[in-house]
Design a protein around this ligand. Structure first.
Ligand code: 5GP
Ligand code: MG
Ligand code: MG
Length: 179
């Protein structure tokens, strides 16, 4: 990492505290129900793992992989399924777990795709949200942090597949991505 990082935006402690807070709300919402949490690979791996352990509600877990960004920092506007769910979600309570919502493009696509499979309910929990996303008419029930419009890495988020294993969220120095 070294000089590749500009600053730590959200510490591990802040993430842990926020996930505990979100987990309590999610527990309350799904009390007595079967909940399937769907992680969007690869970015949501850390949020899924830590949120799932913070929940008291028993959950099942499934994963989807979609691609919208390629290797760079700009949205391509194209969403592709790289890996679909293993399970049929018809009649199930489904919670999509995301790392970050930027343009909202990936999420609105996911919501309509999963929504067409007739789940009993479909909600979204994201760790991070950027300002652009707030302009899009998508209903995100649980949001960890609203962050500035900067490219962030760590805690699952990558730049060219690197930095995912940082335990915190940080901003990347512009020289790393040629900004
Ligand atoms: P959206 O479709 O909402 O624009 O973008 C969603 C996806 O873009 C995220 O799941 C993530 O993979 C990627 N993304 C958006 N903003 C950032 C960012 O600041 N840093 C990183 N590493 N990925 C981002
Ligand atoms: Mg994501
Ligand atoms: Mg990425």
């Amino acid at each position: 990492m070294g000089t590749d990082l500009k600053s730590v935006l959200i510490t591990k402690e802040e993430i842990d505290a926020k996930l505990a807070e979100l987990a309590a709300k999610i527990d309350a919402e799904y009390a007595g129900k079967d909940l399937l949490i769907v992680g969007v690979l690869k970015g949501a791996v850390m949020v899924m793992a830590d949120l799932a352990r913070a929940l008291s509600t028993p959950v099942t877990m499934d994963w989807m992989a979609v691609s919208s960004y390629g290797a760079g920092t700009q949205s391509s506007g194209v969403v592709r399924i790289l890996k679909d769910l293993d399970t049929d979600i018809k009649g199930k309570h489904v919670l999509i777990v995301e790392d970050i919502i930027d343009s909202g493009l990936t999420l609105s696509w996911l919501l309509s795709n999963l929504g067409s499979r007739e789940p009993a309910s479909l909600e979204v929990c994201t760790l991070l949200r950027k300002p652009e996303a707030a302009k899009v008419a998508i209903d995100v029930k649980w949001i960890g942090f609203d962050i500035p419009n900067e490219f962030v890495v760590g805690y699952g988020l990558d730049y060219a597949e690197k930095y995912r294993n940082l335990p915190f969220v940080g901003t990347l120095a512009p020289h790393v991505y040629g900004g």
